[in-house]
Design a protein around this ligand. Structure first.
Ligand code: GUN
Length: 284
């Protein structure tokens, strides 16, 4: 029997615990965790993601500030906006929604965020810390996937894990988090040769390639755990994952659905890390 990893339920459980922790922090220290989200331009998917982040932040009792700016904003103006939040003591986490318009250099923007407030874990200070084994802020999607493994007691020690997709947001940080749990990691991408054959060796398969229904049963060993990070639209505008769910569910032992799998966990980890940053600000 294939077991569905219910990201939505786990996210709800963690977010209601978090709301209690936020209330305690308010009562004991008078501090409200503050999250600032900056959204540049009109990308419809980004607008949906940001609205979901805002709604969850408010539900958990956070202060939430969302700044929506047109894609005519200059890089210098965007950096100035970030700098204001770097200095604002009521804001503990800053997130700039990606992708950014072509005239803005993502790296320059990420570098402008105070590493202590970088709740996405994208700043080189935080990626460097992750790779040298002293993680503080983690990229939220891989961190959310690790929570799913914990919740479902999926042991990673010595397992063959294979990631499809080498992005800075998911694939690369995922590799390090799996290594920290003593998994063996293969990091593959669009140029990898003989991918289905390689993937069939994996006990745990994590797919973040951004191509709808890319992974079929041919990629999956009987009994493997399959995590689908994909968020794509099919020709009818329906949200679909990178994994052909019905096909792969026939062979997988555990599988995440889309929607209701990884997505809600990403938001949960964003809030959790903002709360942790607020907590650290108390002891300063
Ligand atoms: N765009 C897609 N995923 C993410 C994410 O985790 N963080 C940010 N900032 N932008 C994204």
């Amino acid at each position: 029997m294939t077991q569905i990893i219910d990201g939505k339920a786990l996210a709800q459980k963690m977010q209601s615990k978090l709301a209690q922790k936020v209330q305690d922090l308010k009562d004991k220290e008078g501090i409200v965790p503050g999250l600032a989200v900056i959204l540049v331009g009109e990308d419809p998917a980004s607008h949906v993601y940001v609205r979901n982040k805002e709604r969850s932040a408010l539900q958990a009792g956070f202060k939430s500030e969302v700044v929506r700016v047109p894609d005519s904003i200059s890089q210098a103006e965007l950096i100035a906006l970030i700098d204001n939040y770097n200095k604002d003591c009521s804001i503990h986490g800053i997130l700039v929604q990606l992708p950014l318009p072509a005239h803005i250099d993502d790296n320059a923007i990420i570098l402008a965020i105070d590493p202590q407030k970088d709740v996405d874990g994208f700043h080189p200070m935080n990626t460097g810390k992750l790779w040298s084994g002293q993680p503080v802020m983690l990229p939220c999607t891989p961190a959310g996937i690790m929570e799913m493994f914990r919740e479902y007691e999926i042991d990673l020690e010595g397992k063959n894990t294979l990631i499809i997709g080498r992005s800075n947001i998911v694939g690369k940080p995922m590799a390090q988090l799996l290594l920290n749990q003593n998994a063996t990691v293969t990091l593959t991408h669009s140029r990898t040769k003989h991918l289905p054959e390689l993937a069939r060796q994996a006990d745990v398969l994590i797919v973040a390639i951004g191509k709808g229904h890319f992974v079929t049963k041919d990629f999956v060993k009987e009994g493997a755990v399959v995590i689908d990070v994909g968020m794509n639209r099919d020709d009818n505008g329906k949200l679909i994952g990178d994994v052909k769910y019905d096909d792969v569910a026939e062979v997988a032992s555990y599988i995440t659905p889309v929607p209701g799998g990884v997505g809600p966990m990403t938001i949960t980890m964003l809030l959790e890390q903002t709360y942790q940053a607020a907590l650290r600000s108390v002891s300063k």
